[in-house]
Design a protein around this ligand. Structure first.
Ligand SMILES: NC(=O)C1=CN([C@@H]2O[C@H](COP(=O)(O)OP(=O)(O)OC[C@H]3O[C@@H](n4cnc5c(N)ncnc54)[C@H](O)[C@@H]3O)[C@@H](O)[C@H]2O)C=CC1
Ligand SMILES: O=C(CO)COP(=O)(O)O
Length: 374
């Protein structure tokens, strides 16, 4: 028998984070889970819940039975429905609300914010009315510099993390030192956080993988198998990368945890809400029926139109996302979604042409789609 002992995973952050006051705004599945991660990393955490009964359940029973059934939350975790109380002394403020309400939530919390605090988006969506990413919404609403705004993203299915399954994530800020502070605050024994300064790429990875996960759900609902899904994931990553690079991202970020990593997790997991929403639509449920069944945030559905708007502006063709949009709007039958429609060329084209300008491609794609309507 081996005499080598199994290494015990420890974290020095428990001491490094001692006395670090942080707030989490939003107490759905991700806000509550992330509050647990921060607590387990040694921070002094208060989570803000919109509904008083949720705040009371977390504060008193150390449970959030609606979003994390069966999960015991740390004894030290505090919760309140009072924004002023949640934000008092908070050096880091983590935002975990739906993308379409973030702007109003920021306006509500602004009067209570310490002017030196850093705001960190955990949100994976785009504002529909402005096409802004969440870090842009924060800067725009609070009129603060980008060095006070961070993003955390990666393959982070909430329930798995709440069960303390080993997980990796990326903390991003234009200021590397701030990114490191953010990463330290949430590095728990089961949660490893890397850093980068590519906010655009980190943020867009989380937004765009939701759209590809919708496509995966749709073809899964139709009954297609692994070949179709693998083609969509692979071509989806190419679409994500092309869009992100045209938006100013580093392509390397898209092959990391915030890109490929999150794409794999979201496309594979039955726990993913985007994947689940797609599956219901693929099975023939309407968007309305899908929303009723879900009861949770599936950001991809609201991100499709603004992402396509930006893609058109930037001259990027995203055939899979276009097909998702057509299925959602009822102009394409779910069974027609697939990689066979993701090329519009008469002559077969090379598989990978990242960064090579492709004049006329958008027009060819539109013409192709006109002939393929449901
Ligand atoms: N659940 C997950 O595994 C992960 C989610 N995210 C992202 O986190 C964000 C939040 O999602 P979840 O917590 O999963 O959603 P959720 O559906 O579990 O919870 C949403 C929360 O927002 C609250 N809410 C609804 N309207 C509101 C408003 N007007 N003002 C303030 N709060 C409001 C709800 O009461 C609920 O507490 C999304 O952008 C999602 O993409 C990111 C990583 C993982
Ligand atoms: O972002 C997530 C995992 O990283 C959660 O995905 P869903 O929002 O599809 O559940």
């Amino acid at each position: 028998m081996s005499t080598r002992s199994i290494p015990v995973v420890t974290s020095s952050n428990g001491t490094r984070n001692r006395g670090r006051k942080v707030a989490v705004i939003g107490s759905g599945s991700w806000g509550t889970t992330f509050a647990k991660v921060l607590s387990d990393a040694g921070c002094d955490v208060t989570v803000w819940a919109r509904r008083p009964e949720v705040a009371t359940e977390i504060q008193v029973a150390k449970r959030n039975s609606q979003y994390l059934p069966g999960i015991n939350l740390p004894k030290s975790l505090k919760a309140t429905d009072d924004l002023a109380l949640a934000l008092k002394g908070a050096q880091l403020v983590f935002l975990a609300v739906p993308s379409q309400t973030l702007r109003q939530n920021l306006l509500d919390l602004e009067p209570f914010l310490d002017r030196r605090s850093v705001l960190v988006s955990l949100v994976k969506g785009v504002e529909q009315t402005t096409t802004m990413r969440m870090s842009e919404v924060i800067i725009d609403t609070l009129d603060i510099g980008p060095e006070r705004v961070g993003v955390i993203s990666g393959p982070n299915i909430a329930l798995e993390i709440a069960k303390e399954q080993p997980t990796g994530a990326v903390a991003s800020c234009v200021d590397l030192q701030v990114a490191q502070e953010i990463a330290t605050s949430c590095s728990a024994p089961y949660f490893r956080t890397y850093v980068n300064t590519d906010v655009v790429g980190t943020e867009l990875g989380g937004v765009l993988k939701n759209l590809i996960a919708l496509a995966i759900g749709i073809v899964d609902g139709v009954g297609y198998g692994e070949n179709t899904k693998a083609a969509i994931i692979t071509r989806g990553l190419a679409e994500m990368t092309e869009f992100a690079v045209a938006s100013g991202a580093d392509p390397v970020t898209l092959s990391g945890l915030a890109g490929l990593g999150d794409l794999i997790a979201t496309c594979q997991s039955p726990l993913s809400r985007n994947n689940t929403a797609g599956r219901l639509i693929g099975q023939g449920y309407s968007q309305e029926e899908t929303r009723e069944q879900m009861q949770q945030t599936a950001e991809g559905i609201t991100s499709v139109p603004p992402v396509l708007e930006l893609a058109h502006e930037r001259g990027i063709v995203m055939p899979i996302v276009e097909q998702v949009q057509m299925v959602l709007s009822g102009t394409m039958a779910p069974k027609n979604l697939g990689p066979h429609l993701a090329t519009e060329d008469d002559v077969p084209r090379p598989e990978l042409r990242l960064g090579v300008p492709q004049p006329g491609r958008w027009e060819r794609f539109v013409n192709l789609m006109k002939g393929k309507s449901a």
